[in-house]
Write a protein that binds this ligand. Structure first.
Ligand code: RB5
Length: 357
């Protein structure tokens, strides 16, 4: 399961006067990667200050985050040495640009950096077939590259889905038109690194924005819960929720503790995460998930129970029974649980006792 990483694109900064303090704020806000666009005025119309490796080196020295350089240039071979010396950790080149891309990818990797192959929204995914395998990550452009602030192109979702199916282990980065309201689209198609410029910099509170962008519901089910999981996912997508599906993906017999483990482990590590687990009765899932630290998995069969599970028990995993609960009720339970707030006060004390006893 790939975790969601947020990569603010500093192309969206009005100028570089406050670069160091902006980078510090982004780091404190929970950003994972700093994305830099290098434009040569040929591959795309504009030029960026990052064409100068000294500017990339300035970014690198001011942050502990990974520095990700996206070469929107016609001849990446001309720029790659400078970018490597400037300290970039990730470097991507476009399959539509000129040169021997597999050689450039090798050069980047030999320097101990990650190499990515980038593909434009209008380019057929077959064009980059000779490079995917060798690259460490794939950068799927979700707008026509060249300038910030454009609208996300939804048809690209299909390309992301196909690439995810072909390369389940690779990082898939997306860039273009990404903000809080659109981030679920590429995530649900299979992307895991989200580049966002104005989607972060045009908001007041970077931390709040980044945390919201990272928020995905982790969902798992065994064979008995599979059908309901698919219906729940459909509903969550309609609600613009990002989802991470840990399986199962068929009705072939499977063991519920395996899926409970995947969901519970990831909720256990991060207090902001939420999970949904579905089996025949919901009981096995809750028993299995509650073995993990900081997990409060509530098995519910009614909307009232779902509401209380959040308000009084601060449940971070909701367990549902596909054989015991109707689809509509299950969805109503999830809706209520998601929109209810933990009431804190005496309930906080009680919840704390669950872990400390
Ligand atoms: C599987 O048949 C069933 O036992 C399981 O889905 C669940 O109900 C366990 O609690």
């Amino acid at each position: 399961m790939k975790s969601i990483q947020i990569a603010p694109s500093i192309l969206a900064l009005e100028n570089l006067n406050n670069l160091e303090s902006e980078l510090y704020t982004l780091e404190q806000a929970g950003a994972n990667i700093i994305h830099i666009d290098v434009m040569d005025g040929i591959f795309v119309e504009n030029k960026t200050p990052f064409l100068d490796p000294a500017t990339i080196a300035r970014v690198k020295s001011a942050t502990t985050l990974s520095v990700d350089v996206h070469l929107m240039v016609q001849e990446p071979e001309k720029y790659v040495d400078g970018v490597i010396s400037a300290g970039a950790d990730m470097i991507s080149l476009h399959c539509e640009s000129n040169g021997n891309h597999n050689e450039t990818i090798k050069k980047i990797q030999k320097a101990g950096r990650k190499a990515g192959i980038a593909i434009n929204p209008t380019t057929n995914m077959e064009k980059a077939l000779p490079f995917y395998e060798n690259a460490d990550f794939i950068l799927v452009m979700t707008v026509v590259p060249g300038r910030g602030g454009q609208e996300y192109i939804e048809v690209v979702n299909e390309k992301i889905q196909k690439l995810r199916a072909l390369f389940p282990e690779k990082d898939i980065e997306v860039d273009g038109g990404l903000k809080q309201a659109t981030v679920h689209l590429p995530i649900n198609a299979g992307a895991n690194i989200i580049v966002s410029g104005t989607g972060i910099f045009n908001t007041q509170n970077y931390k709040e924005t980044i945390q919201k962008m990272k928020q995905a519901i982790i969902i798992g089910a065994d064979h008995a819960g599979y059908q309901l999981k698919e219906k729940v996912k459909q509903w969550l997508e309609e609600q613009k929720q990002s989802i991470i599906d840990v399986g199962t993906n068929s009705e072939e017999s499977s063991d519920y503790p395996d899926f409970a483990k995947k969901v519970a482990k990831s909720v256990s590590k991060d207090a902001t995460k939420k999970g949904i687990l579905i089996c025949g009765t919901g009981i096995g899932m809750s028993i299995a998930a509650n073995k993990y630290e900081n997990v409060r998995a509530a098995h519910v069969t009614s909307v009232y129970e779902a509401e209380m599970a959040k308000k009084h028990n601060d449940a971070n995993i909701l367990c549902l029974g596909a054989r015991t609960t109707r689809v509509e009720t299950a969805i109503q339970c999830i809706e209520k649980w998601l929109c209810s707030e933990f009431e804190r006060g005496k309930h906080e004390r009680r919840v704390e006792k669950i872990e400390s006893h």
